[in-house]
Ligand binder design. Structure first.
Ligand code: FPP
Length: 247
């Protein structure tokens, strides 16, 4: 994050109706790079700039949680060079941005199964979480090697183990107990999900948590998703009447 820049809340937004949790499926980096005649990795680098810019907006505009889908359990199927680049990019970004994020009050958390990511990245993830654990200006959740079905299965296994050990009565299992076993425990469910590049699917992202989330799907490619478009997405969200299944 750059120094001392404060992004003012745009006048069209109602400060009393800000989402408390925004999640993003950051799609279209590869297509953006192709459009520019650049290699795919340039799209990811540019995409990282969008992440930084939106994280700053969240912090400055009072959005307490920002969650990004950085690498899915399916993304291992990409060419090895791209996977390797992404792992290094995550590690490099955490390394170079950590002090600034810490200074600005960002709390960093991770979603996903870290056991398969490179050890050096795991160490950087631990360092980032540890250093920023008491920060509260904004919580930045990065999903790496994340898949929602895997997360739900892990929760089921953990609950089943507790039941087997006799520390949990199966009849007491309810939504809040279940949610406590997910990687997102402590976080409110997302109010708004942004998906860029026009794809209209959830791609195994936060399937439990998105049950009542408002969706914003745009054709814009992630590297081009600007603060202005973020503002518009929130303005649209503020117009919606959320019923949570009630009348
Ligand atoms: C999807 O676009 C993007 C990814 C799989 C990687 C996202 C990573 C970043 C934006 C880097 C920065 C991340 C953090 C946490 C700072 P795509 O490659 O599928 O694009 P395409 O559909 O156009 O090929």
């Amino acid at each position: 994050m750059s120094t001392q820049l404060i992004t003012k809340l745009p006048a069209i937004l109602d400060p009393t109706k800000m989402p408390q949790h925004v999640a993003a499926i950051m799609d279209g980096n590869g297509r953006w790079a192709k459009q520019q005649g650049l290699p795919r990795i340039a799209g990811h680098q540019q995409g990282a700039k969008t992440v930084k810019s939106l994280l700053r907006c969240c912090k400055d505009w009072g959005i307490a949680n920002f969650t990004v889908y950085a690498f899915s359990t399916e993304n291992w199927g990409r060419p090895a060079a791209e996977v390797d680049f992404l792992m290094r990019l995550f590690e490099g970004l955490l390394d170079s941005e950590l002090s600034q994020m810490y200074a600005e009050g960002v709390r960093i958390r991770f979603l996903g199964d870290r056991s398969q990511v490179p050890i050096s990245l795991q160490k950087m993830m631990d360092r980032s979480t540890e250093k920023t654990r008491d920060n509260r200006a904004v919580t930045f959740n990065i999903a790496i090697n994340y898949g929602s079905r895997h997360e739900i299965l892990q929760a089921c296994k953990s609950i089943a183990t507790q039941a087997q050990l006799g520390t949990l009565d199966p009849h007491q299992i309810d939504e809040s107990i279940f949610a406590r076993h997910l990687d997102t425990h402590e976080l409110p469910d997302p109010d708004l999900l942004i998906r860029t590049s026009g794809e209209q699917r959830l791609s195994n992202f936060l399937l439990w948590q998105l049950a009542y989330t408002e969706l914003h799907i745009t054709n814009t490619l992630w590297p081009d998703f600007s603060n202005d478009e973020f503002t518009q997405a929130i303005a649209d969200y503020q117009q919606r009447h959320r019923r949570f299944g009630k009348v």
